[in-house]
Design a protein around this ligand. Sequence first.
Ligand code: CO
Length: 134
Amino acid sequence: MIGALNHLAIAVPDLKAAVQIFRAGFGANISQPCPKPEHGVTVVFVELDNTKIELLEPLGEDSPIQKFLDRNPGGGIHHFCLEVDNVKDAITQVKSNGLRVLGESEPKIGAHGKPVIFLHPKDCLGALIEFEEK
Ligand code: CO
């Protein structure tokens, strides 16, 4: 069911400082900051050969990553995203195996304009896993 690693997301309190680490520190190719008010984050994409890292900074009042940053003020790995052929089929499959999804079991349109769903971290080894449709 699961395919490639689409991205790894790191929540950061300070996007400029995070960019500095990846650009100056590692010599990585990095996109311009991309505000996504509908998702409550500003994103910078770090391009890797086989996947990308997304640096997420809170944007606006109700950012979904703010609680995580309250618990992890220095930042940390927030989630990783795996590609699936069909998100609705993936939801059906994981639920039939006793795993919970976050929200209403209905895919939402994610930050890349594709259907996504998040699985419950308590059912997934403490990791927040996102499924994104290919
Ligand atoms: Co993501």
